[in-house]
Ligand binder design. Structure first.
Ligand SMILES: Cc1cc2nc3c(=O)[nH]c(=O)nc-3n(C[C@H](O)[C@H](O)[C@H](O)COP(=O)(O)OP(=O)(O)OC[C@H]3O[C@@H](n4cnc5c(N)ncnc54)[C@H](O)[C@@H]3O)c2cc1C
Length: 439
C-alpha cells in the first residue's frame, strides 16, 4: 500500500469524475483520480476519423447551451470554443416502405395524431419534477416500456416509424428497452417541448470534448492514475481503500464512485453496497447505440435521413460537409441499435445501408466504436428500462458511508447526457466535503 492518504479518491475520469476531482482539488483537498482506461473522458472520446487528420467524437458529442446549465458554466469558465453541426438542407426518409424527400413525410391525419400525442404527453409530463428522484413522485404508471406507451395512441405505421427512428436515435435502444418515464423526464428540461426529443442539439465542442476535460484536469492539479482499473473498494472506519486489478492499494478519507452503472457490479465493495443499489446495478441501463461515421460521396448536400425500424440506420446527417473535410466526401454520422445486424466498421455494409436512401451514395471510409463491448462502459448513454427509476432512482445516487456516487447514469436531471455527469460531479464534491468536515 502507498503511504499516502488522500482526502479523496475519485474512481472514473469521465465528465462526472473530473468535475468532482476539480471541485475538490481546487478547494484544497488532496485528490487522486483512478481511471481504468489509458485516457480520460470515459464515454466521450475525440479521436481521428479512420486514418485521416480529421478528429470526431466517437461518444458524447452534442450539447444544449440553453438547457445544459452545469456544462455551460464549465464551457464559460474555461473559455472553451463551441461550433455547430450544419442545418439540414435536404431530406430523405424511408418509412413504411416509402422513400420520400419531404422535410415532413407524414399526412395531414398523421399531423393531427402527432398533435394529440404531444398534448397528451405534455399533460403527463406536468406531473414530473425532473430535479427530484423519480421514485419519490407519483409517476410509477409512466414507468412502462416506451413502445407500449406509444402503441396506446393507435398511430399510423408511418408516424410510428418516424417517431421510432427519432426516439431510437435519442435513446440508443429498442423502444421496449427504455421506460417512457425516462424520456419524459427530459421534457421539462427542454422547455416542455415534447418534439425537442427528436431534435439532436446542434452545438458541439470545436476542438472536441477533450478540450474541456483536459482543462478541468489541468486546473484541478489532482493526481491521476491511468490504466488502473479498480477491483475492490473497502471502507474501514475512517478510510476508504481502493485496490486496483494490479493489486495496488490506494487510500483516501472518502471516495467518489463515478463509473458507469453497467460497470458498478464489477467492483467488489466491502461492506457490500445497499441491496437497492446492488439490485439497480444488476438491472443496469439499456443504452446500446451504434454510432457510425462514414465518408460518403454522392449525397445531396447537408442531408438528413430517417429510416423505419428494419432499415439498418435510423437517422443520419451530414456533420462535416465535403468542403470542410477536404477528404473528397461528406463526413456523415448515423445511428443504429444493436438488434440490427449492421457492422458499422464494414465499408460495404455501410454503403449498402446508405444506398437504401440514396442509390448513388458511395462510402469511402467508415469508423465507429463498440461501447457495448468495452468493459469500462458496457453500453452507450443511459437508457433506463421500465421499472428502474420508479423503484431505485434515489438509491442509485445515495451516499453509502464514505462513498458518494456520481455519473450521468445516476443523475436526476439530464440522465444520459454530459450535463447529467457534470451536475452530479459537482454535487458529489459537495457531499464528499461534508463527509470530510464531519471527520
Ligand atoms: C456513442 C455515444 C454518443 C453520445 N452522445 C451524446 C451527446 O451527443 N450528448 C450528450 O450530452 N451525451 C451523449 N452521450 C452520453 C455522454 O457521453 C455520457 O452520458 C457521459 O459522458 C457520461 O459521463 P460519466 O462521467 O457519467 O461516465 P463515463 O464517461 O462513462 O466515465 C466513467 C469512467 O469510469 C471509468 N471506469 C469504469 N470502470 C472502472 C473501474 N473499475 N475502475 C476505474 N475506472 C473505471 C471509465 O473508464 C470511465 O472513464 C453519448 C454517449 C455515447 C457512448
Amino acid at each position: 500500500m502507498t503511504d499516502e492518504t488522500y482526502d479523496a479518491l475519485v474512481i472514473g475520469a469521465g465528465f462526472a469524475g473530473l468535475t468532482a476531482a476539480r471541485d475538490l482539488a481546487t478547494s484544497g483537498k488532496r485528490v487522486l483520480v483512478v481511471e481504468a482506461r489509458d485516457r480520460i473522458g470515459g464515454r466521450t472520446w475525440y479521436r481521428r476519423f479512420a486514418d485521416t487528420e480529421l478528429s470526431i467524437e466517437m461518444g458524447g458529442n452534442w450539447i444544449d447551451p440553453a438547457g445544459n446549465a452545469a456544462l455551460m458554466a464549465e464551457v464559460d469558465r474555461y473559455g472553451v470554443e463551441l461550433s455547430t453541426s450544419p442545418q439540414a438542407e435536404n431530406h430523405v426518409s424511408l418509412l413504411d416502405g416509402v422513400l420520400s424527400h419531404a422535410a415532413c413525410p407524414i399526412s395531414r391525419d398523421d399531423e393531427l395524431d402527432l398533435r394529440r400525442f404531444v398534448e397528451e404527453t405534455r399533460t403527463q409530463v406536468e406531473r414530473i419534477d425532473p430535479t427530484l428522484p423519480l421514485d419519490t413522485q407519483d409517476v410509477a404508471d409512466l414507468d412502462v416500456p416506451l413502445d407500449a406507451y406509444i402503441d396506446g395512441f393507435g398511430l399510423s405505421v408511418t408516424l410510428t416509424e418516424l417517431m421510432g427512428a427519432w426516439i431510437r436515435q435519442e435513446t440508443g435502444c429498442h423502444l421496449s428497452q427504455i421506460s417512457a418515464l425516462h424520456l419524459m423526464s427530459w421534457i421539462p428540461l427542454l422547455d416542455n417541448d415534447v418534439l425537442a426529443i427528436g431534435h439532436t442539439p446542434t452545438h458541439r465542442f470545436a476542438s472536441g470534448t477533450i478540450d474541456l476535460l483536459q482543462r478541468m484536469l489541468d486546473d484541478s492539479g489532482a493526481e491521476i492514475r491511468l490504466s488502473a482499473p479498480v477491483a475492490s473498494v473497502t471502507q474501514t472506519g475512517e478510510h476508504v481503500e481502493v485496490r486496483t486489478k494490479e493489486g495496488e492499494v490506494l487510500r483516501g478519507r472518502a471516495a467518489v464512485v463515478a463509473v458507469p452503472l453497467n460497470c458498478l457490479g464489477d467492483i467488489e465493495f466491502e461492506p457490500a453496497l445497499s441491496p437497492e443499489k446492488t439490485a439497480a446495478a444488476a438491472i443496469g441501463q439499456s443504452g446500446a447505440a451504434k454510432k457510425l461515421w462514414a465518408l460518403v460521396t454522392g449525397l445531396p448536400p447537408k442531408i438528413l435521413g430517417i429510416g423505419e425500424h428494419d432499415a439498418p440506420i435510423d437517422v443520419f446527417f451530414t456533420d462535416y460537409p465535403v468542403e470542410e473535410t477536404g477528404l473528397g466526401g461528406d463526413l456523415v454520422v448515423g445511428f443504429s441499435t444493436q438488434e440490427r445486424p449492421l457492422d458499422i466498421l464494414d465499408r460495404v455494409e455501410v454503403e449498402a445501408a446508405f444506398r437504401l436512401y440514396v442509390p448513388e451514395a458511395g462510402v469511402l471510409k467508415v469508423d465507429g466504436y463498440d461501447w457495448l463491448a468495452d468493459p469500462y462502459s458496457k453500453g452507450t448513454w443511459c437508457a433506463a428500462p421500465a421499472g428502474l427509476l420508479s423503484t431505485y432512482a434515489s438509491a442509485l445516487e445515495r451516499t453509502e458511508g464514505r462513498l458518494v456516487f456520481a455519473g450521468s447514469d445516476v443523475a436526476h436531471a439530464f440522465r444520459g447526457w454530459i450535463e447529467g455527469a457534470v451536475a452530479t460531479g459537482g454535487v458529489a464534491a459537495t457531499r464528499l466535503s461534508a463527509i470530510l468536515d464531519e471527520g
